[in-house]
Ligand binder design. Structure first.
Ligand SMILES: [Zn+2]
Length: 286
């Protein structure tokens, strides 16, 4: 039994020594260069495309020519309609004769006294200067073709009628100053020119802008009026929303989305597109 154990011990030592010898030989014989030599050669083809940028012939930068073409455009005369418009950031205004009948101005600062249109014609119960009957008919017909309910509420009012309306406001408790922002004193109402019409949807209160401006009638008519030569005469951005506000506004009266004024297609287009009022338009030509 004892001999047997010694024999196993010797065998174990011999095997261990043999393993260590093999390991050391392997490490000593490791030669990467030889491994490379013995390996199969591998052909590697590397294609490198090289694009050499060819400089394009230099384009000559043209020197700024000092000719009339590149010289600054001379500014319009500041005393001309173009110059006054440019100073306000507006495009050149149309070439119109503001002394013509389409441009009669009636406001608190500009009385037309006892002026009356040369000829008056009645349309749907309202009177107008005969010269705006055709444009008015076309405007109203176009709105009706859109399915809108158009009601001609008030046209020409003569001096005496305006006197009556103004006096009536005062009798209702307004001061003359307050009354003047709602019903203009005789001679200063645009209704006396015969070139205007209060247009309402017959189903709505004509004197309530908060209601009227939301109607499809107002939305369509205010968008298309210039195509027929009319303007929204007292627009929201140039008038007051109350009697007190009106006093300090450009037009001097309350916002009236029902009140359309004829000025001709050219002037109306300019006024509506540039969101100005008649006073501001006429000031360009002074
Ligand atoms: Zn009116």
């Amino acid at each position: 039994m004892k001999n047997n154990r010694i024999l196993r011990l010797i065998t174990g030592i011999v095997l261990l020594a043999l393993f260590v010898f093999v390991l050391i030989s392997t490490v000593r014989n490791y030669d990467p260069a030889r491994l490379m030599r013995d390996a199969q050669p591998v052909e590697v083809t590397v294609t490198v495309e090289v694009t050499v940028p060819v400089p394009e012939p230099q384009q000559e930068t043209p020197a700024p020519e000092e000719t009339a073409e590149t010289a600054p455009v001379s500014a319009p005369d500041p005393e001309s309609p173009e110059g006054r418009a440019a100073a306000l950031g507006l495009p050149a205004p149309p070439d119109v004769d503001v002394s013509g009948w389409e441009f009669i101005l009636a406001n608190a600062d500009h009385s037309i006294e006892t002026y009356a249109p040369p000829e008056i014609e009645t349309l749907e119960g309202q009177q107008f200067d005969t010269r705006i009957i055709e444009p008015m008919k076309a405007f109203v017909a176009a709105a009706r073709a859109e399915g809108l309910s158009v009601f001609l509420s008030s046209g020409y009012r003569d001096y005496a009628t305006q006197q009556y309306l103004y006096n009536r406001k005062i009798s209702q408790g307004y001061t003359p100053e307050q009354a003047a922002t709602i019903v203009l004193p005789p001679g200063t109402s645009e209704h006396q020119t015969g070139l205007v019409c209060d247009i309402t949807d017959q189903y709505y209160d004509p004197k309530d802008w908060t209601v009227l401006e939301k109607t499809a009638l107002y939305q369509w008519m205010s968008e298309h009026c210039q195509e027929y030569g009319f303007i929204v005469r007292y627009p929201k951005n140039k008038s007051g929303l109350s009697a007190d506000e009106a006093k300090n506004s450009v037009t001097g009266i309350i916002y009236e989305p029902w009140h359309y004024r004829y000025v001709g297609v050219e002037a109306a287009t300019y006024i509506m597109e540039n969101e100005i009022c008649l006073e501001e338009f006429l000031a360009l030509y002074e």
